[in-house]
Every structure is written in C-alpha cells, then in structure tokens.
Design a protein around this ligand. Structure first.
Ligand SMILES: [Zn+2]
Length: 182
C-alpha cells in the first residue's frame, strides 16, 4: 500500500476518499510514509502520517484483520459457518480459540452487512419478496428474540433483516422466580 484510502480521523478533511483522490490529482501532499512496524502475523506493516491533521495510521488500520494477532482463513470460516458448524468445532478445525472464531465472525458479518447496504442503494426490485422469521434465544430462556428476514423469492437475496429482543418467556419454577427478583 503506497498511501491509505483515507484518514481515520473523522474530523479531518481527508477522512473522505474522494477528498484524498482530489488532492492527489492536484499533486498536493496527503500522506507521508512514517516508519514501519514488524508483526508476527503480518510481517512488516507500513505506517502513514496524515499531512493535514497529523494523525498516524497503518496498512492494518484499513484491514479486516486490524489489531488481529492471528491470520484466519475467512473463506474457510465462511464455509464452516454456512454449514452450521458450531463455534467449538470451527475453532478445533481452524486450530484457534472459540473467542477468535467469534471475533472473526463479527468482523466478517460487518463486512457482509456493509456490502448488503451498498448493493441495496442501487438494486432494483424485480421479484416477489418472501417474509419469514424465527424465534431464538441469546444465552438462555431469559433472553428470547425474534429474527425476521425478507428475502427475494427467486434470488434469495436478503432485502432486510431484523432482530428483536423480547422479555423472558415460558413458565418459571419457584427458584427461578426468586432468582429473577434478585
Ligand atoms: Zn487526517
């Protein structure tokens, strides 16, 4: 990477890639190389200095693996997740901890959500939409939720999804009622 796509500082004029491109076209300074850092997982990482606000960043700042200490194969992780492989089984397969699997799943999910939003900005709806949902829970029966999905009946493209947290459902034993009150 010769220069970062934009400055990570949201208050800097170079926070927007278009502004960076404009200055570069005018041969105005945008970023300077600012040393390197050696990492076990990614080798030599280049650092950059924003000439406008003075904030520094590195190649890793814009990477899916920002601050990660291990390289995980995201395509393999996606395949396993789509095959409904459990967290621990995925961790054993990838030879890492379940926390690492959760972390990388979160990183990947945010990318998918961003890509989905970007596609929806220009996508023209030309098919019927099927609406469906299911009830699930987070951790225990104390945290039930509803997950609803609107998918294209031909393409199966997800046009919308929602997550609704509910209050506890189902009958409680006396002990559970006492525990809930405390
Ligand atoms: Zn800046």
């Amino acid at each position: 990477m010769n220069h970062p796509p934009h400055c990570p500082n949201p208050d800097c004029p170079l926070h927007y890639p278009e502004a960076v491109e404009k200055l570069r076209e005018e041969n105005e300074p945008t970023f300077q190389k600012c040393g390197t850092r050696s990492t076990q997982a990614f080798g030599i990482v280049q650092r950059f200095l924003c000439t406008i606000c003075g904030k520094t960043c590195s190649e890793q700042t814009f990477s899916l693996d920002y601050y990660a200490k291990r390289v995980i194969d995201y395509e393999e992780l996606e395949r396993l997740t789509h095959a409904s492989t459990g967290l621990r089984a995925t961790a054993r397969h990838l030879n890492c901890s379940p926390d690492t699997v959760s972390n990388r799943n979160m990183r990947l999910s945010r990318q998918f959500i961003a890509a989905n939003a970007e596609i929806l900005e220009t996508h023209e709806l030309k098919e019927n939409i099927a609406l469906d949902g299911f009830e699930s829970k987070t951790l225990s029966n104390y945290h039930p939720n509803n997950i609803n999905i609107a998918a294209g009946s031909d393409s199966q493209f997800v046009y919308g999804a929602s997550f609704t947290q509910l209050n506890r459902k189902g009958r409680m034993t006396k002990e559970q009622k006492v525990r809930t009150r405390n």
